[in-house]
Design a protein. Structure first.
Lengths: 354, 403
C-alpha cells in the first residue's frame, strides 16, 4: 500500500487497531527511506541502535525531537529537487526549516484537501481571511503564516482579507464580502490569536450590516498567545457563537514538520482527531506509552513526510488521549487534548545574563 | 509610572531613568568589617527561618555558606597585616543560571569593603523572590542603615545606556555571563583606573583514578556515585562547574566503570523527579550531539534518567555538553594525558583517587592553560572566595602600604 491509495478514502474510516498494519508498514517504509537518504537520520538510528527492519510495532519505531529541524537542515532529497522551503514562525528562537520536493508537496495538498472536504464540502467556498494580504516576495521560501494561508486558500475562492495594512478591520471590505456571500456557506480562516483579537475583541457589530451565521470558521496556530487569558476552546467557541452566531467552528492542531496531516477538532467530542494519515502516542518520562487520560509528551506520526525525516516526531507539547474509536461522531481513530508547551522550567545557563 | 524609577516591593529598583546614579554614595571600608560579617550572619539566620527553605537547594547552600562556621574559616584565611580597603563602587552584572549568583557576587562585594550596584537578572524565580524579601528586611534594620545607603539592587532589560553610565563611574565591573554578553558589555568603557573581572561561560570535568576506584568496597563506590550525583545533577548540569566529561585514568576496566554508572542510575532513580521539559531537553541535546559530532560512540541510555557516551578521536571538548545527566567518558592511561584535553574554558576538575602532590605536579609540569579548581568529587558546586583563578577579596580591594 502507498499513500496514494489513501488519498480518496474517508479520512476517519479506519480503526487504529485494524489499520495498524497498513499504517505501521507505511511508516516503517518511510523510516527506511529516510535512513537510506538522510545521513543525519541514519546517524541517529545507528547511535541509538535502532534496526528498523526488525521492529514489529509502531510504538517502537524511533522518533526525533521537533527542534532538530531548527538547528539542522535535514533532507532526504538532493538540493535540485527542492520546490518549497517551509519555515516556522520562530517566535521562540530559531525557525524550523522544512524542505519539500514536488511529490511531498503534492501529497500535502491532497491529504489536506481530503480532510478539509469533511468540513467544507466538495466545492470551493468564498473565503474570508482574518489577516492582512501577505506579500509574496519569495515564492520558494514560506514562513508558517504564509504557508498556512496559502495552504488553506486553495479550498476557497474570492479570497478577502479582513485586515488593512495597519492591522485594523476593513469594514468596507468586510461588508462587501458579507453582502455578496453571507446568504450561503462561506469559509473563514485565521490564526487563533488573531481570531480572538479581531472577532471576539475589536469587531464592532454596529459597523456590519450582515450576519456571520453561515460562516465556517477554521482556526489554529496555538493558544500560546492566549494562555494568560485562561481561555479554553469551549469558551472561545461560546463567545464567538454568542457574538457572531457562527456555529461551525473548528480548531486545528499540527506541526509545520507534518503540514497537511492536521488534526481537526471534532464538533461532537470537542477533541482533536487522528486521521488515516496520522497517529499519536503520549509518552511518559521514560518514553513509555501512556494510556488514555494520562498527561504526557506528545509524539506525532504522519505518512506525509518523504522529502525530510519529519514523519515521527517528539513534540514539545503536553497532551492526553481521551479515547479511541468511540467518539459519538462515529469517527474512528484516537481523539486527544493538547495542554500546550511543556512548562519551561527555569533556564539555567551562563548564557542568559538578562 | 513609566519613565520613573520604581521601587519594587522587594527593594529592587526597576530602572527607567538613569538619574538614580546621582544618589549613589560610595564609601571604601576595611575588608571583612564587623558590620558586614553580622549582616551576612543575619542573612543566614533569616534564611533558616524560611518555612520551605529545604525545597530550594541553592538557598540551603547559601544559608550554610553564610553561617558562622564558614565565615570564620573565610576570615581565618585572611589573617594578614596588610591594610586593605574596598576599591570603591562595584558594578555587578549577574547571571540567571544560578539563582543565588547575584547574592554571592554582592556578598563578596561587601566583604571586600565596597559599595555595590547589583544588576540582578530580570528572570523571576521563587528563590530570587525569597532572597530579595530577606535582603530588604535586614537592610531595613537600623544597624545596617549605612549598608542600605551604599548598596543598590537594580533591574532593567538590556539597556545599553544604563550599562554605559554605570560603567563610567564604577571602580570594578564584574560580569557573569556568556562570551557574547561579555563582549557586548566590553564596548562600554570603564575609568582608566577601574578594573574588570569576567566570569565567562565555562565547563567542568571529573577525573577518577581507576586503580584507586577499584580498591573501594561496594558501599564506598556507591558513596562516590552519590557525591558525583550532586555535582552532575544539581543545577540541571548547567552551571559552569557542572561536570560534563568524566576521565577514567588507569587500566581500563569496563565492568567497574559500568558499576559506577549503575550506582549512579540507582541514585538518580531514588532522588530525582524530572519534569517533562527536562526529559525533552535531555533527549534533544543527545540527538543534536549525535548529528553534530563525529566523536561520540557507545551511547547508553539508562532509561531517560542517565545518558552516557564515549568520546573518541578528539581532544576538543568545546562543542559537546550534557544536559540533565548526560556524561561523556574518556579513558586515559595516565594523568598527564589529560593535558591535551584541557583548554582555557575548562573551569573545575572534580577528582577522586589522586594525591594533591600528583595533581600539583601535573599542573606545573604541563604548564596547564585551564582548570582553576581541583576539588574532590562532591564539592564541584561549592562557592569559594577563589573563583575562576581570582580571589574575590584580593581582587575587589586595594592594598594601602603602610611602612
Amino acid at each position: 500500500m502507498k499513500i496514494e491509495d489513501l488519498i480518496n478514502l474517508e479520512p476517519y474510516s479506519k480503526k487504529k487497531n485494524d489499520n495498524n498494519y497498513y499504517f505501521f508498514n507505511l511508516i516503517k517504509k518511510i523510516s527506511l527511506l529516510h535512513s537510506s537518504k538522510c545521513k543525519s537520520y541514519k546517524k541517529i538510528l545507528d547511535h541509538l541502535k535502532f534496526n528498523i527492519t526488525k521492529i514489529q510495532e509502531l510504538k517502537n519505531l524511533p522518533f526525533i525531537p521537533a527542534s532538530v529541524f531548527k538547528d539542522f537542515d535535514l533532507k532526504s532529497i538532493s538540493d535540485e529537487k527542492i520546490v518549497k522551503k517551509l519555515m516556522s514562525s520562530g517566535t521562540s528562537g530559531k525557525p524550523s526549516k522544512i524542505y519539500l520536493d514536488r511529490y511531498n508537496s503534492i501529497n500535502q495538498i491532497k491529504v489536506l484537501k481530503n480532510l478539509m472536504q469533511n468540513i467544507l464540502g466538495k466545492n470551493r467556498l468564498p473565503m474570508l481571511i482574518i489577516d492582512q494580504n501577505p506579500k509574496m516576495e519569495n515564492r520558494i521560501s514560506f514562513n508558517a503564516k504564509i504557508a498556512a494561508i496559502n495552504g488553506f486558500s486553495i479550498f476557497g475562492r474570492d479570497h478577502t482579507y479582513l485586515l488593512n495594512k495597519n492591522n485594523k478591520i476593513n469594514y468596507k471590505t468586510l461588508n462587501n464580502f458579507l453582502q455578496k456571500f453571507s446568504n450561503k456557506n462561506f469559509f473563514i480562516f485565521g490564526f487563533t490569536s488573531l481570531v480572538y483579537e479581531h472577532f471576539i475583541r475589536s469587531l464592532n457589530k454596529k459597523k456590519i450590516n450582515f450576519n456571520f451565521k453561515n460562516g465556517i470558521l477554521l482556526h489554529g496556530g496555538g493558544w500560546k498567545k492566549l494562555e494568560r487569558l485562561k481561555l479554553d476552546s469551549k469558551e472561545f467557541n461560546k463567545r464567538i457563537n454568542k457574538k457572531l452566531r457562527i456555529k461551525k467552528i473548528y480548531n486545528y492542531y499540527g506541526l509545520i514538520e507534518q503540514t497537511g496531516s492536521i488534526f481537526l477538532e471534532c464538533e461532537y467530542c470537542g477533541y482533536f482527531h487522528t486521521s488515516i494519515y496520522s497517529d499519536i502516542f503520549i509518552r511518559g518520562k521514560n518514553f513509555e506509552v501512556l494510556n488514555k487520560n494520562r498527561k504526557g509528551i506528545v509524539q506525532l506520526i504522519s505518512l506525509l513526510p518523504t522529502s525530510y525525516p519529519g514523519h515521527n516526531i517528539l513534540t514539545e507539547d503536553i497532551g492526553e488521549i481521551k479515547g479511541e474509536d468511540d467518539c459519538p461522531s462515529g469517527k474512528k481513530g484516537k481523539y486527544f487534548k493538547i495542554y500546550g508547551r511543556a512548562k519551561q522550567a527555569e533556564i539555567r545557563g551562563c548564557s542568559d545574563t538578562l | 509610572m513609566e519613565g520613573q524609577n520604581r521601587q519594587k516591593s522587594e527593594g529592587v529598583v526597576i530602572l527607567y531613568k538613569i538619574d538614580f546614579l546621582k544618589k549613589i554614595k560610595v564609601k571604601n571600608y576595611i575588608i571583612l568589617n564587623a558590620t558586614v560579617i553580622n549582616f551576612i550572619l543575619d542573612l543566614s539566620n533569616e534564611l533558616k527561618k524560611q518555612k520551605k527553605i529545604y525545597s530550594y537547594p541553592e538557598l540551603v547552600y547559601l544559608m550554610f555558606w553564610c553561617s558562622d562556621k564558614n565565615l570564620k574559616n573565610l576570615i581565618k584565611d585572611y589573617k594578614t597585616d596588610k591594610l586593605r580597603l574596598g576599591r570603591g563602587l562595584v558594578f555587578h552584572i549577574c547571571a540567571a543560571n544560578v539563582s543565588t549568583n547575584f547574592v554571592f557576587s554582592f556578598i563578596f562585594g561587601i566583604l571586600s569593603g565596597n559599595s555595590n550596584i547589583i544588576k540582578i537578572p530580570t528572570k523571576e524565580t521563587k528563590e530570587k523572590k525569597i532572597i530579595l524579601s530577606i535582603l530588604k528586611k535586614i537592610l531595613n534594620f537600623k544597624k545596617y542603615s549605612e549598608l542600605k545607603k551604599n548598596n543598590h539592587f537594580i533591574q532593567y532589560n538590556n539597556n545599553d545606556k544604563f550599562t554605559q553610565e554605570i560603567s563610567k563611574i564604577c571602580d570594578v565591573r564584574i560580569i557573569w555571563g556568556s562570551d557574547n554578553t561579555i563582549s557586548a558589555i566590553r564596548k562600554f568603557e570603564i575609568q582608566p583606573r577601574s578594573i574588570e573581572l569576567t566570569f565567562a561561560d565555562r565547563y567542568s570535568i571529573s577525573v577518577i583514578n581507576l586503580d584507586n576506584f577499584l580498591k573501594l568496597n561496594k558501599k564506598k563506590k556507591l558513596m562516590l556515585a552519590n557525591k558525583f550525583f550532586y555535582d552532575g545533577y544539581s543545577m540541571e548540569q548547567m552551571a559552569c562547574n557542572s561536570p560534563h566529561f568524566i576521565f577514567w585514568v588507569g587500566k581500563k576496566n569496563l565492568d567497574s566503570i559500568n558499576s559506577f554508572w549503575d550506582d549512579l542510575f540507582y541514585i538518580v532513580n531514588k532522588k530525582i523527579i524530572f519534569e517533562n521539559i527536562h526529559i525533552l531537553k535531555k533527549y534533544t541535546n543527545l540527538i543534536k550531539n549525535i548529528i553534530s559530532s563525529e566523536h561520540i560512540k557507545n551511547i547508553r541510555m539508562y532509561s531517560n534518567f542517565l545518558y552516557t557516551a564515549e568520546l573518541h578521536n578528539t581532544k576538543n571538548l568545546n562543542n559537546i555538553r550534557g544536559v540533565n545527566g548526560t556524561f561523556f567518558q574518556v579513558y586515559l592511561n595516565n594523568l598527564s594525558e589529560l593535558e591535551k584535553f584541557v583548554s582555557k574554558k575548562c573551569q573545575t576538575a572534580s577528582y577522586f583517587g589522586f594525591k594533591k602532590e600528583e595533581i600539583k605536579n601535573f599542573v606545573v609540569k604541563n604548564h596547564l592553560k585551564g582548570i582553576d579548581r581541583f576539588v574532590p568529587i562532591g564539592s564541584a558546586l561549592e562557592m569559594e572566595s577563589d573563583w575562576d583563578g581570582f580571589n574575590f577579596i584580593d581582587s575587589l580591594s586595594r592594598i594601602v602600604t603602610l611602612k
